[in-house]
Design a protein around this ligand. Sequence first.
Ligand code: PEP
Ligand code: CO
Length: 451
Amino acid sequence: MAKDWSPSSWHAYPANQQPDWPDPGELDRALKQISSYPPLVFAGEARSLQSSLAKVAAGNAFLLQAGDCAESFEEFSAVNIREKLRVILQMAVVLTYSLGVPVVKVGRMAGQFAKPRSSAFEKIGDLELPSFRGHIVNDPTPTEAARIPNPERLVQAYHQSASTLNLVRAFTKGGFADLTRVHAWTQEFVESSPEGRRYEQLANEIDRALKFMRACGVEVENNHNLSEVDVYTSHEALLLGYEEALTRQDSLTGGWYDCSAHMLWIGERTRELDGAHVEFLRGVGNPIGCKIGPTTPTDYVLELCERLNPAHIPGRLTLISRMGAGKVEAALPAILRAVRDAGHPVVWACDPMHGNTFTSSTGHKTRDFADICAEIDGFVRAHHGEGTWPGGIHVELTGDNVTECLGGADKILDTELADRYQTVCDPRLNARQSLDLAFHVAESLRSSGLA
Ligand code: PEP
Ligand code: CO
């Protein structure tokens, strides 16, 4: 267990990005209520995820971490959850087959609500308003009243996370995730357009593999190895009061686990070495992540590894590189080398979204699918050069047919962004772009000889 740590020891450190809750009494009541509620996940599940991530760290598995930038209280429905899960499962099948290793599936789901902001205020028309910080804090409606942080929202976020997780568990164990069925959806995608047909060969290979298994007498239908999957949950551990309220002592090991999700990560804006976020996460037993942007000094990354994983436990720490397509190949190799030489068994994941955000001519915050692919290619090349394993991707997506990121098979133009721009925060890949990306990742690793 971490030395001199308790679930509340973070209070003695500066905590960035915390909302200005107007009434401390109300906040306290909401947090007390949440600490009396059941945990959302169990310590044993977090440990299973950590052992799967240890395989990723060793180069024998691949991490797919994906979901919303920010979950919404308004877009909360079974269909929404099912469609997101469907895309994640489809991507996982493509990656599993083409990389030939298990794919560890982690959703940005069932708790991904709170958002860090570059500025505490934003300008909307002539109004200057407190920034929207995610539905767990305030409401995006552009009025002064809507932007006041409301602790009741913490309780609502807990309940929405519980229902989302319940449905994820039902879908992944109840037949929806059956391999033959997920593959059939992917075939439909491949056949439905000339761009999709680029992937026909890979889809046909998966078909043949399934036929081969059947011919060998493997029961492909009704085989729980093929009909059930593990999908874990994760979010940015931003609101430390909420995370503390869900941190519980495991009766089996005596260790502390943040039971709000299986995996938690620290964002680019809150990873100060002597800050409250690093202090809090260093003490929980869950697998954890930390974002690494293009200006992060190499020594700083090494110090983060020491603080967050002093015992060098494989799978405990995932470093999520989010450099930007134009910077990744210059910034990443020295860090990869240093972390490798220091003997830190980290998972390296590529977030190709957050370093490639810009404002379109129409005023929308967007990302170009080509930049997203280019950052992945640069990430893969950097690993190839250092002999390290490009262990996974971390992406923002939705199962809906939104128009938030440019390009992809449907060649979304900036004049089309307004058609279905629905995100409450950052622009997400739509279902088609997401599956395209999975095929692209497969091609990128294969062409570097890594798969
Ligand atoms: C995010 O993952 O939504 C996010 C805010 O990322 P970052 O901390 O890397 O900017
Ligand atoms: Co985001």
